[in-house]
Design a protein around this ligand. Structure first.
Ligand SMILES: Cc1ncc(COP(=O)(O)O)c(C=O)c1O
Length: 397
């Protein structure tokens, strides 16, 4: 029997308020800016642009949106994605990266992960572009997804997409606070999408942001996200727009959260280090690698259990953790294996082998990674993993 406090549920990635959020919300109430727009929205966009830092092509511009998915949708529209187009997309991701492709009448072409970063494989991307070229097709855009707090190999991916003149939309929903070659995730590609969903490293409960170094793209996105209202005293419309803006109250939460982003990154990195020190030497256990060019936030600590060597399987571990009130999850199920995307093209990292991302899904698990986790919480997870490793034949429901 465990002490009762050990049964307190331990969630994968719960929200973690910093204490400043109320000041901005109170301000919105005090000034009656309880509207879809207002000073918190302007402030959050300005402060996020600043936080993302400098890029080789100038400062960032930002549009706060109702979700990360809305930001991806707008981003694809701005890149000119139309019915019948092809859009390259990481297969190893959450469905929100790919849904807007289909919703625009275009077709996704999925690209495998590599072993070095678990993100989009530049090798598979090159093969995809060249084979499509041989078929007389040129993708309209490429959605590169930065998973679990880590950016893609942008040195290779940007060079390739530049060579073929394919614009990149960076899906940095999971990787705010990370960097690649010292440059912030969210600043790669022509446009990038961020998410502030409740499980993200900072949250507005729900929300997102579209960012770019190109102010004209962000201005166009602002127009489309605000019902495409033409400048006129009455309501004049020539384009079908969207209601995709973030509210002034939620942007207030975002402003407060942004003030503690650095602390949140440090806490998540420390969680991952704790798990690695305790578990990485066990047979068949492999943590998500961090290439030399990457500084991951480890938004979620992710690892694989090789079923031929590890002391228990991934599913046995998930079950053992759940039995002790500890939430864990399999890694993302690749999009090309989703019934929703049956029949779509998929390019593997190694054309002679099964796609890398299938193995990641079959063997991978995310451990609780919230930034408010205590040493006791972390030890509780590690002890539970060790018990699962020690007991042979853990029952799986
Ligand atoms: C990789 C990825 N892309 C897009 C999204 C969509 O963001 P949102 O939930 O804010 O719409 C998420 C998370 O929710 C995500 O993990």
């Amino acid at each position: 029997m465990h002490a009762p406090h050990q049964r307190t549920p331990l969630l994968l990635s719960p929200p973690h308020m910093g204490g400043h959020e109320r000041e901005y919300i109170d301000d919105a109430f005090r000034t009656n800016w309880l509207a879809p727009l207002g000073p918190n929205v302007d402030g959050f966009e300005r402060e996020m642009s600043h936080a993302l830092g400098a890029t080789p092509t100038g400062p960032m511009h930002a549009l706060a949106t109702s979700s990360g998915t809305a930001a991806i949708h707008l981003g694809l529209i701005l890149l000119g994605v139309k019915p019948g187009d092809l859009v390259l997309c990481s297969s190893f991701t959450f469905v929100a990266s790919a849904n807007p492709i289909r919703q625009l009448g275009a077709e996704p072409v999925f690209v495998d992960s590599d072993n070095e970063s678990w993100n989009m494989s530049p090798t598979a991307l090159r093969r995809a572009i060249e084979e499509l070229h041989a078929q007389g097709r040129k993708p309209r855009a490429c959605i590169a997804v930065d998973l679990y707090g880590q950016g893609c190999d942008y040195a290779a991916i940007e060079a390739l997409c530049d060579e073929w003149d394919i614009p990149i939309l960076e899906d940095a929903a999971e990787s705010l606070g990370a960097s690649v070659h010292g440059r912030s995730c969210g600043t790669f590609g022509r446009l990038a999408a961020l998410s502030f969903n409740g499980n993200k490293i900072i949250t507005t409960t729900g929300g997102g942001m579209l960012v770019s170094t190109d102010p004209s793209l962000i201005e166009r996105a602002r127009f489309l996200a605000t019902q495409a209202r033409e400048p006129a005293p009455h309501y004049e419309h020539t384009t079908a727009g969207f209601n995709y803006r973030m509210s002034n109250v939620l942007a207030g939460i975002g402003r407060g959260q942004l003030r503690v982003l650095t602390d949140r990154v440090a806490a998540r990195r420390a969680n991952c280090l704790h798990y690695e020190l305790a578990l990485s030497q066990r047979p068949g256990v492999r943590f998500m690698p961090q290439p030399l060019w990457s500084r991951s936030t480890h938004w979620l600590t992710a690892l694989t259990l090789d079923p031929t060597r590890a002391p228990c399987t991934r599913d046995e571990l998930i079950h053992a953790l759940a039995a002790e009130g500890i939430e864990s999850r399999p890694l993302w199920k690749p999009m090309h294996r989703q019934p929703l995307f049956a029949g779509t093209q998929m390019f593997a990292h190694d054309a002679a082998k099964a796609p890398m991302c299938e193995r990641l899904f079959d063997q991978g698990i995310c451990l609780p990674s919230g930034s408010a986790m205590t040493q006791h919480d972390l030890s509780r997870v590690v002890e539970c993993v060790e018990r699962a490793f020690a007991s042979t034949g853990v029952a799986v429901a």
